[in-house]
Design a protein around this ligand. Structure first.
Ligand code: CP
Length: 327
């Protein structure tokens, strides 16, 4: 694996290999010294041109647990505000010794542009590009599902990691603002590759044109989707910062039709469905506090598992498959 740009680029074996490598990485946090020497002497640049809490911190923690040096770059306070281009910014960072670029960008396709333009020689990891893709989020979601499903099936992932397991036969309902969601897109491709059935549920105004041709089902009725007793319900954040027109009459109306309210949560009581959210959550809008704080909710497990997944990705890109200029 040279870059990680999209889950569409991952075949079944690649995806499983990342998940299984992350199982090994997960053990590092339980050691007295929470570090592996695998990336000693390497430098990972976190180039974040759009805001982030989880992804940026998680990539930093992952790189440090692998003993890499980390340079954190954010647009605010940098020469990007003086008009410096992405090409010049990246070349400046490479000149300081970057070995890998982890990039979040507001523009869809920015990670592909960087990887394929020849502007830099480093591997590129897409940490979210516009409304396009967020591959490590989908990978950590799949990892979190594997763990919860293993536990539900009677084995403890802490002692028996679900290595080699895919998501065949599982049904995942992804709910809400599909139109603006890179998380939804990356999940549709990856879940499909891993054998899961996927249903997208959202208002017609927030369903992308052409979604019917994706490898998933589409419904405009959340209650109908929940009645199918899915294994996982993934709530998406309403991305108001990307909305330049009105997509629903009011937030109250959105919650009534599409929110995981306490009443909808109670209807899941007799099922084994887990509730997922990539964060940050809009409590009271797409998810009620009762659902956000429910033991079914995996949001903090997703964050914790994100470090293991990002360790696996950095390791596979920098150490295992691209041993470097001198390796
Ligand atoms: N899930 C996610 O990408 O969160 P951040 O925007 O906080 O990184």
């Amino acid at each position: 694996m040279r870059h990680l740009l999209s889950t569409q680029d991952l075949c079944f074996q690649d995806a499983l290999h990342i998940l299984d490598t992350a199982e090994e990485m997960a053990g590092v946090k339980d050691r007295q010294v929470k570090k592996l020497p695998a990336l000693r002497g390497r430098t990972v640049v976190n180039l974040f041109l759009e805001d982030s809490t989880r992804t940026r911190i998680s990539f930093e923690a992952a790189a440090k647990r692998l003993s890499a040096d980390v340079l954190n770059f954010s647009a605010r306070g940098s020469s990007v505000s003086k008009g410096e281009s992405l090409r010049d910014t990246v070349q400046t960072l490479e000149a300081t010794g970057a070995d890998a670029i982890v990039m979040r960008h507001w523009a869809s396709g920015a990670a592909h542009q960087l990887a394929e333009s020849g502007w830099c020689s480093s591997p590129v990891v897409n940490a979210g590009d516009g409304t396009h893709e967020h591959p490590t989020q989908a990978l950590l979601d799949a990892f979190s599902m594997r763990h919860r499903f293993a536990f539900r099936d009677g084995s403890d992932p802490a002692t028996a990691p679900p290595v080699g397991q895919d998501l065949t036969g599982r049904h995942v309902v992804i709910v809400g603002d599909i139109l603006h969601s890179r998380v939804a897109r990356s999940n549709v491709w990856l879940l499909n590759t891993l054998g899961a059935r996927v249903t997208l549920a959202g208002p017609a105004t927030l369903m992308p044109l052409g979604a019917e041709s994706w490898p998933c089902e589409v419904t405009y009725d959340l209650d109908e989707a929940l009645a199918t007793e899915p294994d996982a319900v993934m709530m998406l954040r309403i991305q108001q910062e990307r909305m330049h027109q009105s997509f629903f009459p009011s937030t109250a109306e959105y919650t009534r039709g599409w929110g995981l309210t306490s009443e909808r949560l109670s209807r899941l009581e007799d099922t084994e469905a887990i509730i997922m959210h990539p964060g940050p959550m809009n409590r009271g809008l797409e998810i009620s506090s009762t659902a956000a704080d429910s033991p079914r909710n995996t949001v903090l497990e997703q964050v914790a598992n994100g470090v293991s997944i990002r360790m696996a990705v950095l390791y596979l890109i920098l150490a295992a498959e691209n041993p470097g200029k001198d390796g």
